[in-house]
Design a protein around this ligand. Structure first.
Ligand code: NAP
Length: 304
């Protein structure tokens, strides 16, 4: 079994982004711009936004975080999005999700100019994936394909099983794998005999959000396991059951740890697997930066 080190792939892509931005700065006199809008006091969202802002600055992307109180009206929020649409220095607009419950999420998101939809979640951009006509993909699925490319894993002809059908992860990755000639099955909470599907998978991708849910006996010998799940663990017994050694140590220091959907005991049956943490997670923010750069290049007519 070999580890698919998303952290390593992410570092390589970040270096490429820095290099490309330096060149583009010299040739165009401009740098890519990313605006992240966050509404309310969700601590996890705030931490994600902070890390996105930090990474953008590290890579030479002009980043702008716009924070609003939960009391802001939908109209004011939409007004801000329209301003960002009209701002030439902004190439990518990200509305941090989830929005507080009082908002109709699509009523807000639909105002983003599709050319600045850096997370690729507007219907037109998701539709372009369906038609296999785009170069911009949602960040997490895009990160998965980059990991597979990095390790020279060709999915053509593979039986791929995706567990989870969210529009942000499960459905787009299933479509993207189909476009790459994998034979794809999508499973979800109403799937009957889930284990039977999983045992046929050469490539198993899990985006459920339940710690250690996919057990050793559900996994085919020699398969490739991609774990998107990020699950916070705060009970000692659960940490010992689900988490890898480094996270057990983290729990002792910080009182919490993280783990994926695929049980650690299943790793030994895999030919390759993504660890949690250090697998798909680091790729997601990196691909946000990558997408910002792609949108910038598209605006400058530099995208091949
Ligand atoms: P989501 O919208 O809650 O979707 C979860 C999916 O899992 C649903 O399709 C659900 O089925 C399915 N599911 C739930 N219980 C199941 C079961 N017992 N058997 C089979 N399928 C089941 O979540 P999401 O936004 O896609 O995220 C999924 C996980 O990925 C979360 O842990 C999230 O934190 C993580 N995530 C990680 C990254 C990253 O960067 N690594 C990025 C995004 C998300 P139904 O449709 O039938 O309800």
């Amino acid at each position: 079994m070999a580890i698919l080190e998303g952290k390593r792939v992410s570092s390589e892509i970040k270096l490429q982004i820095i290099e490309e931005i330096n060149i583009l700065k010299k040739t165009t006199g401009k740098v890519p711009g990313l605006s992240v809008v966050i509404v309310g006091e969700n601590e996890a969202s705030k931490a994600y936004v902070k890390s996105k802002d930090r990474m953008a600055s590290e890579l030479g992307i002009k980043s702008n975080v716009i924070e609003f109180d939960e009391n802001i009206s939908s109209d004011k929020l939409i007004q801000k999005i329209i301003e960002l649409n009209e701002n030439d220095e902004v190439n990518g607009i990200l509305i941090q999700l989830p929005l507080p419950k009082k908002f109709n999420t699509w009523e807000i998101l639909d105002n983003i100019n599709p050319d600045k939809d850096v997370d690729c979640l507007l219907p037109i951009n998701l539709g372009m994936i369906f038609l296999n006509r785009t170069t911009i993909f949602p960040c997490t699925p895009a990160g998965i394909l980059k990991i597979l490319d990095f390790y020279n894993i060709n999915v053509s002809g593979m039986n791929a099983v995706v567990v989870g059908r969210s529009f942000i992860v499960g459905k787009p990755i299933a479509t993207m794998l189909t476009n790459k000639n994998a034979t794809v099955t999508i499973c979800h909470s109403k799937t009957k005999n889930l284990a039977d599907h999983l045992r046929r998978a050469n490539l198993l991708i899990s985006a459920i959000g339940r710690p250690g849910f996919i057990s050793e006996d559900m996994v085919k010998e020699g398969s490739i396991l991609i774990d998107i799940g990020i699950n916070y663990i705060n009970k000692k017994d659960d940490v010992n059951e689900y988490c890898v050694e480094s996270q057990i140590k983290k729990f002792d220091r910080k009182g919490y740890a993280i783990t994926g959907d695929i049980h650690k005991k299943a790793y030994k049956k895999a030919s390759y697997y993504t660890p949690v943490p250090g697998g798909v997670g680091p790729m997601t923010v990196t691909m946000l930066m990558y997408n910002t750069l792609q949108l910038f290049k598209k605006k400058q007519n530099l995208l091949k």
